[in-house]
Ligand binder design. Structure first.
Ligand SMILES: *Cc1c(COP(=O)(O)O)cnc(C)c1O
Length: 424
């Protein structure tokens, strides 16, 4: 499928007058339509709730849009909890799905009334010692081990992942938690990431629903919810077929009716913790071509770098690139599109066929709305960009300003040299 940017060259000509490149741009209309479709797909389940994975796009303005549709927050750190609290998402609207959790994070999660999702059986004692009690509602993260396959395709390798409890441990954990006063239980698992197939959630649901029936029978606890977590992916490459959320929702419904309903568990709520699926296609990184270089290869240097988007450098991830205003030109030039870091992996594309690029052209790097800005860092002292919201009415709103050198040097403010750097 042809990948089209959600913004036009003409709109960008206007936007860059106020916000110089590079910046991340988000599509309010796309975000709203997508969350509506998700809710609709799971509307068969009265307790259904999406807890947006804050780490994907930790911006309060964007979380606030999702909140309008009843979304909660999936947090796994102190600052993510703070952010959730600040936008008014509190209590059981927070799912705290952390791992290797520091004590002070459990303290804040408990203070905010979050649902705590325990990553390990040893955390029961740690939590009880830390907060002085076991919450009435509690969740445990499950890891069945082995390989997670759909037909013969290996989706991911849970046996090699640090998360969750084994089958034996989760049963033991439920018994211990029940004996300590827990009343409502949840089960969570995240077994494959960025799945571009309608079969992942239904397959995962089957694993979790069967566990839920077994655990309810074995331990006598009441299972309130099953959390399918994240993992629904998006088509980063033009040849991939996008997921159909209605087919996914319906697939989960069928497994629910096949496994849970006959076991008398038709009151179980389905929760999700989607990140990528909620935001990735509705964000892009807008950057300008500033250098061309003809050596052993053809290079285009842009004003963004891996600090703004790490996935290509970190995972070799493909992000589609549109050269704005040349969407219909032939892709008859082969380029490496690079950033300015002193790291040879700072390339947004390698050997990519694109239209002929002139200096000053805007490049839109697609699908950066999740795990894009948020993975950013400050290597080479490069500063993080602004985030801008393209609103439904076509106007723009700044939703995070760009970093300045003063932000970068702020942690020297307690030293004499800090004064010099901050007054520069
Ligand atoms: C990262 C993460 C998610 C979101 O994953 P996506 O692939 O972005 O959907 C959900 N839950 C937990 C616990 C995570 O760590």
């Amino acid at each position: 499928m042809k990948k089209e940017p959600f913004v036009t060259k003409e709109q960008l000509d206007e936007i860059v007058k106020t916000y110089p490149t590079p910046f991340h741009l988000y599509d309010e209309k796309g975000i709203r339509e997508n969350v509506k479709a998700l809710k609709e797909a799971f509307s068969w389940n009265p307790g259904y709730k999406e807890y947006f994975a804050v780490k994907a796009t930790p911006n309060p303005f964007l979380i606030d849009i999702l909140k309008e549709y009843g979304c909660g927050c999936d947090c796994s750190s102190y600052t993510e909890l703070m952010l959730s609290d600040a936008v008014g998402v509190r209590g059981e609207d927070i799912m705290f799905s952390s791992n290797d959790t520091p004590a002070e994070e459990y303290v804040l999660a408990d203070r905010l009334g979050a649902i705590i999702n325990l990553d390990d059986i040893t955390h029961i004692e740690f939590l009880e010692e830390t907060i002085g009690h076991i919450p009435e509602t509690i969740s445990c993260r499950y890891n069945p081990g082995g390989l997670f396959k759909i037909s013969n395709d290996i989706m991911d390798n849970p046996g090699d992942s640090k998360y969750g409890m084994t089958t034996e441990q989760i049963e033991e954990a439920f018994r211990i938690l029940k004996s300590k006063g827990a009343k409502e239980f949840g089960i969570h698992a995240f077994l494959a990431s960025n799945t571009v197939t309608n079969d992942y959630y239904p397959m995962l649901a089957k694993v979790l629903f069967e566990q839920a029936v077994r655990l309810q029978k074995a331990t006598g606890v009441h299972i309130k919810f099953i959390n399918l977590s994240g993992g629904i992916g998006i088509p980063y490459t033009p040849d991939q077929e996008p997921n159909d959320i209605r087919v996914i929702g319906d697939g989960v419904r069928r497994v629910y009716e096949e496994v849970l309903v006959p076991a008398g568990m038709g009151d179980v709520a389905i929760y999700t913790e989607l990140g990528r699926y909620m935001m990735a296609p509705y964000g892009c990184l807008v950057t300008t071509a500033i250098h061309e270089k003809h050596t052993h290869k053809e290079y285009i240097g842009v004003d963004a770098c891996a600090v703004n988007l790490m996935r290509p450098a970190m995972y070799g991830a493909y992000h589609h690139i549109s050269v704005m205003g040349k969407e219909d030109w032939p892709c008859d030039h082969q380029y490496d599109v690079t950033g300015s870091l002193c790291e040879n992996n700072d390339k947004f594309a390698i050997d990519r066929m694109l239209p002929k690029i002139e200096m000053g052209d805007y490049l839109v790097i697609h699908d950066t709305g999740a795990h894009g800005f948020s993975m950013g860092y400050n290597y080479n002292g490069k500063l993080k960009s602004a985030e801008v919201l393209l609103k439904e009415d076509g106007t723009t709103q700044l939703i995070r300003r760009a970093e300045t050198p003063a932000d970068y040097f702020a942690t020297f403010d307690c030293f004499e040299i800090g004064k010099k750097l901050l007054e520069y």
